[in-house]
Design a binder for this molecule. Sequence first.
Ligand code: BES
Ligand code: MN
Ligand code: MN
Length: 462
Amino acid sequence: MEKAKQYSEQNKDRFLSELLELLRIPSVSADSKHKADMVRTAEFVKASLENAGADKVEICQTGGHPIVYGEKIMDVKLPTVLVYGHYDVQPPDPLDLWQSPPFEPVIKKTDLHPEGAIFARGSCDDKGQMYMHVKAFESMMKTSSLPCNVKFMIEGEEEVGSSNLGIFVKANKERLKADVVLISDTSMIANDTPSIDVGLRGLAYMEVEVTGPNRDLHSGVYGGAVANPATILCQMIASLHDENNHITVKGFYDDVLTVSDADRGDLAKIPFDEKEYMKDLGINEVWGEKGYTSIERTSIRPTLEVNGIWGGYTGEGAKTVLPSKAFAKISMRLVPNQSSDNISKLFEKHFLSIAPPFVKVKVSAHHGGEPVLTPTDSVPFKAASMAMEKTFGKKPIATRGGGSIPIVALFEKELGLKTVLFGFGLDSDNLHSPNEKYGLFNFYKGIETIPYFFQYFTALKK
Ligand code: BES
Ligand code: MN
Ligand code: MN
């Protein structure tokens, strides 16, 4: 793989300028006004796969945003790696908190990225990480060193639930036949502490609507005599955690797999500086479920969060009004063996049951996903571990990611494939937040490391 490494070093400036071009397209999947941008991004990905040397590159239409597929079959007898990534990004709001416009990438140095980081929406999640695979592939192709077969499936709806990808996967089982799925869409501990996620949390995402009076009322004329749905909603939400910050939804923990003391011991060994963590976030104390560390709270334990809450008057100035309705979006992160559907049902039942008689409550479910755990004693994990050890000079630590990639569980269910979560971002890269960034070190390290995964995986499979 030395030749591929040399090639990528010689072409690093071009790789970067191509990524910047990709980042300039505002591929916000959630916003229908960006539909044409989604198509442009898919075309960009298609062209980049073709230029890198992939065959049968195709933009596959779906009921939503397109999926880009491409492959290089060296020899049907060789193993096949299915690379998955997503070209869609989260909405950039709130815009006024960005130090530079989200779709005009700039490179700036930071404490954690002394070599410089690319500031742009999608730089880390996931265009930058996805593009590493295209460039690693190009580096292997142009130096005739691709050791196995590769298939690319890059979607445009990860940030909105991947429902069309689910349909595509079920309909294309033969085409997607592979030995492993490789995804760079997670984080590692630090640039000098490589790690590989061996688990992801699932997700159940709910929306609630609380209705009081049949219309907005003058808060002086009626306030005090009619229950305010915003107040009631706050009380209901507040009751979802008890004094130990356990979730009170009935049955919520019933299926949670207890993590062994040995595994918790491993988690305790992960370097974590709580002071630094609090300083970075501007908080005076951490918070969470009693009896668990911050790392455990964001990996092996389920959580419940209010993602948004609104109702009544939120415009400029003051308007005296008792709102008719109040709303909230509430998500729950799930761990093995919780089921997204089951938790959604339990939540709905519980939330309706705690509604006081002054209001009417409606609960509906958005998209969700199942948690996953991947084995550490497998060939793919070993190959990933060896590849990182080779390029970082250190064995990676096995960690569990707090986020969710719902499609991973589906790959296992529908294609029978295990996934390697080969992430090179950092949790502090501001994914989904203003000023998202991706380190140049991380981008180039990924491009350098991926070919070794291919090499070791192919060798170990023999
Ligand atoms: N790449 C993230 C997931 C992630 C980030 C996993 C960091 C582990 C560490 C992915 O794009 C994402 O944001 N997923 C969503 C779920 C989806 C259904 C919208 C999430 O986790 O909120
Ligand atoms: Mn992502
Ligand atoms: Mn994301």
